[in-house]
Ligand binder design. Structure first.
Ligand SMILES: [Zn+2]
Length: 164
């Protein structure tokens, strides 16, 4: 019977949907309650090494900035470059943003924030364009940055105290 087939079809569809929902819920739960996967940590490490290599090749110096994955960043920020009160340079990466866009975090955000870190290293604390000056833009591009727009305005440089 056609009606019966149709009924079976929709029944199966409902079962599959419920299973998919449960699977996604489980995946989200696991992500939120665990540190980043080893695979992602490795990708972050490799991207940092590549960025440092570009820094040495293009500017003739090295800068080893710790990249800290944190869940305490406001969700509007993908990452932030911080110059602490005791003059240390740290890059924070927003853990929540790795869930939906890990490629973006690695290929866009790391070079972008590293360029801010280099500006701090060069003692350039200009807040012109929220730190996205022409000088910053040139550094970002040399570090293989993709999001090196002079007109980005996401307040991702912090000088002084943070609660991350
Ligand atoms: Zn920025």
């Amino acid at each position: 019977m056609f009606i019966q087939k149709l009924y079976q079809f929709f029944f199966a569809l409902v079962i599959v949907s419920v299973l998919l929902l449960a699977y996604n819920w489980h995946k989200d739960y696991k992500f939120d309650n665990n540190p980043l996967s080893q695979r992602l940590k490795q990708q972050i490490f490799e991207k940092k090494q590549q960025t440092r290599q570009l820094l040495r090749a293009n500017f003739g110096f090295d800068l080893d900035v710790p990249l800290i994955v944190s869940e305490k960043l406001p969700s509007s920020l993908f990452g932030a470059a911080v110059f602490t009160q005791d003059e240390k340079i740290i890059i924070y990466l927003n853990k929540k943003r790795f869930k939906e866009s890990s490629d973006y975090m690695i290929h866009h955000v790391i070079p972008h924030e590293y360029a801010h870190a280099v500006m701090f290293y060069l003692k350039d604390f200009s807040k012109d364009q929220s730190g996205h000056s022409i000088k910053w833009q040139n550094i970002c591009k040399k570090l293989n940055g993709i999001k090196c727009d002079r007109f980005v305005d996401n307040h991702d440089i912090i000088i002084g105290k943070t609660s991350f």
